[in-house]
Design a protein around this ligand. Structure first.
Ligand code: ZN
Length: 277
């Protein structure tokens, strides 16, 4: 067999971690005409431009150390033209197996998608998400589910301190403010990844993070660590059973990430029997 074919075969059977794209966007506020401060509802015509364009984004691939980011140039900020940076982020999102964000389902992805639509860019396609806000809500009971609060509590870092003035200066196209926004955005993305990695082993549910194929079931589906002992890894301990209505599966605890997972094959599978309803 020629070596190129062998390389191809090896590539096919090597477990691939899925590629996660951690990302965060910063958005311009809408500017409005107000006659009083206690406004309950505002008519869209009270708003100068009823759309929120992107000021900056930052993103990081799970298998890279580099944090990518783009910010509007002063002229683009003044012209409210985020076409260039929207396309920059959209290109990455289209390639990701999962995008990860804090409130990504309700905010970041929908905001990006709206800007993609309005800029007439190519659609994002079907994007799978992991929302760290949902993980925080479903699996834990933090006093606050804000990213900065959780990061602080876990001791993985702090958000850059800032205030609304930064957004005001960015909208006016101040070069220094836009640079500051980019740095603020990058810090958030680094915090996001740290918070995700810290919570993931304890989370009620996270997707399989290793590409699935039958023979690959002898790996921790969350981190890809092999079940059997190797020169560099420890054997995973058997940790009880996982029962469904149909079958009972062996459960293991990963020596690397600490998470439980169940074996692929049921205990005593293929035996005749009946299923209770
Ligand atoms: Zn693991």
């Amino acid at each position: 067999m020629p070596s190129a074919d062998i390389d191809q075969l090896v590539a096919q059977v090597t477990p691939k971690p899925v590629r996660l794209l951690f990302f965060d966007v910063e958005v311009a506020p809408m500017l409005a005409f107000l006659w009083q401060l206690d406004v309950g509802y505002m008519n869209p015509d009270m708003v100068e431009q009823p759309e929120k364009f992107l000021l900056s984004w930052s993103a990081k691939w799970s298998d890279e150390t580099k944090v990518r980011s783009q910010v509007l140039a002063p002229g683009e900020a003044r012209a409210e033209d985020d076409g260039r940076i929207v396309e920059g982020l959209a290109k990455l999102v289209r390639k990701a197996d999962y995008v990860v964000g804090h409130n990504v389902n309700k905010f970041d992805l929908k905001r990006l998608n709206t800007r993609v639509l309005l800029n007439g860019s190519q659609p994002l396609g079907s994007v799978q998400t992991i929302d760290t806000l949902l993980i925080a809500r479903q699996s834990f009971d933090f006093a606050s589910n804000r990213l900065g609060f959780i990061a602080n509590l876990l001791g993985v870092g702090e958000k850059d301190s800032t205030n609304l003035d930064l957004w005001r200066r960015c909208v006016r196209g101040e070069a220094k403010a836009l640079k500051e926004m980019r740095a603020y955005n990058i810090t958030d993305t680094i915090l996001l990844e740290s918070v995700f990695r810290a919570m993931a082993p304890y989370a009620k549910k996270i997707p399989r993070l290793v590409d699935a194929a039958e023979w690959r079931q002898e790996l921790c589906p969350h981190c890809g660590d092999p079940r059997e002992k190797t020169a560099t890894t420890k054997r995973h301990k058997r940790d009880g059973e996982h029962r469904t209505n149909v079958n009972t599966f062996p459960k293991y605890r990963c020596s690397n990430c600490g998470r439980n997972y169940r074996g692929w094959q049921a205990i005593g599978s293929m035996k005749a029997g009946s299923v209770g309803l």
